[in-house]
Ligand binder design. Sequence first.
Ligand SMILES: [Zn+2]
Length: 257
Amino acid sequence: MLRYLPFLLLLCLPTWGQAQTEPSLAGKNVLFVYGGWKGHEPVKCRDYVVPWMESEGATVVVSDSLGVYADSMLMDSMDLVVQIWTMGQIAKPHLKGLLQAVRNGCGFAGWHGGMGDAFRQETEYQFMVGGQWVAHPGGFVDYEVHIVDREDPVTQGVEDFAMHSEQYYMHVDPNVKVLATTTFNGDHNAWIDGAVMPVVWKKTYGQGRIFYTSLGHLLDHLRVPGSWTMLTRGLRWAAESKYQPEEAWRSPVYDRP
Ligand SMILES: [Zn+2]
């Protein structure tokens, strides 16, 4: 086997070269869909995040209707969908269009309830996201965001930081790559004292890359420096599903036998 190693390494080279390309929104087609519960400032977020993506070189289609997900020609042309749509309901053909596009390699990214608490009835949507919000004990509280993966390009150089916002308690898929966590105290629910909860993660769904951060109840919370750095890098990473090879990671929660 060893004598074949040089050939195997040569075969791997093109993949490595590709993987080292810096993720970027330049030249990417992005669909930004906003709506749902207004408390999460979907319009303010649109007016901040869309111009930023355009400044990165993306062509952004903006929609305030979930119906856009059923436009298969448009969806096929997209590299990334960014959604802020807290709660609400989605019609079956619209959900089907979104899931199909992501399975085919369109990235999907977002934050807080706009992605992690949308369409509560839809388990397949939650399967794609990798988590669902269930509680934020105490409302606005002081908490720490702890970077657990310092090697990932999304988190490199980001230090732990403090938040005063909703601390999301979520039901999380054990098969996500956790990048940052927060630890709950028992001030509001004694039984969760010490619970370590993912805050930022990445995963895949079919060919599509999924990026999620639970930070961002208000636009100002999304813009906290560490939070904004991870979001922007996460959006760039998720937009690359169709152009960069799949990343593999082991679930950090459970060891495989
Ligand atoms: Zn919120």
